[in-house]
Write a protein that binds this ligand. Structure first.
Ligand SMILES: [Zn+2]
Length: 372
């Protein structure tokens, strides 16, 4: 009997989660829309949305356009339901993003603030967040949580940043970071956060590999709403995949890693946008660097594709800025590919700015939806 009760409660919760998520993702909707899309009966749907309205999570915003017959009530996620913050920590900058539960970006900012493993650094980050929210006209009480993206291996079991070469951090407990922020904190690896931003609100449910090409090279496997973590939370760490036996030294101390050939700094020591501008203008040195860069990148992309047989999304600074130049990589992969000629499985990321911060904030939003 108790078991049956529990199951009923679980089904109710699952339905409530799905209805709330549907409303968050689809803007203004009606009970019949939800009922039809989620294959729930109209009375069940109406009961759930009534409850969500009573809890202040959903607003009745008037009536839908009539399609003949009685007009249906229009429902939308409430402004007061809360917003999420994403914080992307990198060596020299922090990026902040404020998003609504709908996924809409309210505000984005990138701030120069070199990382330091000290209290005053986190105190300053917290201050920047407070100012950022103030400028965005958002009350602290309205914040559901903050998603924090780190460039390193995140051990989600032991709850610590296991290793970040870039920041010079080892075994840093999440709690020693979260204690500086007056919000619930969620931690993600930067490539995972980028992959999450790419996948979570997309209609395309197919698995993809997100290749993050920034100051370091990383990656993540995203499949149907989830990130593959791997046994040691290192799934997708392709930056340390060997592309040249005994090649250039990598920051990890080994030789010939992809990172040594395809980090953004291999193209330019500065703004990646400037590099692509020079490439567009036909500058010789830029063309030579791009030729070399894409030769190594094509090896990596082809290898990843051979293992996973899925779309490869090029993200990070380089993926975000390369635009039409993605075709050069497609052409080189095509030459290496044993099986296919069509290389449309290689594409650039959807979110060109602040993808990691966005992914971190969407993680907060999704976690909230799961608890509704
Ligand atoms: Zn390496």
């Amino acid at each position: 009997m108790d078991k049956k009760k529990n199951t009923n409660r679980e089904v109710k919760k699952k339905n409530r989660n799905e209805v709330f998520r549907y409303i968050c993702r689809n803007g203004m909707v009606s009970n019949p829309d939800i009922s039809y899309a989620l294959k729930l009966s109209l009375p069940t749907t109406t009961q759930i949305t009534k409850e969500l309205v009573e809890r202040g999570l959903v607003d009745e915003t008037g009536e839908m356009e009539s399609t003949g017959g009685r007009r249906a009530k229009a429902l939308a996620v409430s402004e007061d339901a809360g917003k999420a913050v994403g914080l992307d920590i990198t060596k020299n900058h922090i990026s902040l993003v404020l998003t609504e539960l709908t996924g809409r970006i309210v505000k984005y900012e990138r701030i120069f603030l070199p990382y330091a493993a000290r209290d005053d650094y986190y105190l300053e980050v917290n201050q920047k967040i407070a100012l950022f929210l103030q400028d965005g006209g958002c009350d602290r009480e309205n914040i559901l949580g903050i998603g924090i993206s780190f460039p390193g291996i995140m051990d989600l079991e032991k709850e610590l940043v296991a290793d970040s070469h870039v920041l010079g951090v080892n075994d840093l407990p999440f709690s020693s970071v979260s204690r500086f922020f007056p919000y619930p904190c969620h931690f993600l690896n930067d490539a995972n956060a980028g992959a999450y931003a790419e996948g979570i609100r997309s209609e395309n449910r197919n698995r993809f590999f997100y290749l993050s090409l920034s100051n370091t090279v990383g990656g993540a496997v995203y499949s149907d709403g989830k990130l593959e973590q791997g046994r040691n939370f290192r799934c997708g760490e392709v930056g340390h995949m060997t592309v040249v036996p005994d090649g250039k030294v990598c920051y990890c101390g080994k030789y010939g890693c992809l990172d040594a050939y395809c980090a953004a700094k291999c193209l330019i020591d500065g703004r990646v946008e400037d590099f692509f501008e020079r490439l567009q203008q036909g500058e010789e040195e830029a063309a030579r660097l791009w030729e070399e860069y894409t030769s190594y990148l094509a090896i990596a992309v082809n290898n990843i594709h051979m293992v996973l047989d899925c779309d490869i999304v090029l993200g990070g600074y380089v993926g975000s800025c390369m635009g039409e130049s993605v075709q050069d990589i497609r052409d080189k992969v095509s030459k290496r590919n044993t099986f296919e000629e069509d290389t449309s499985f290689i594409r650039t990321c959807r979110h060109k700015t602040g993808a990691a911060a966005l992914g971190a904030s969407l993680k907060v939003a999704e976690t909230f939806m799961e608890q509704v």
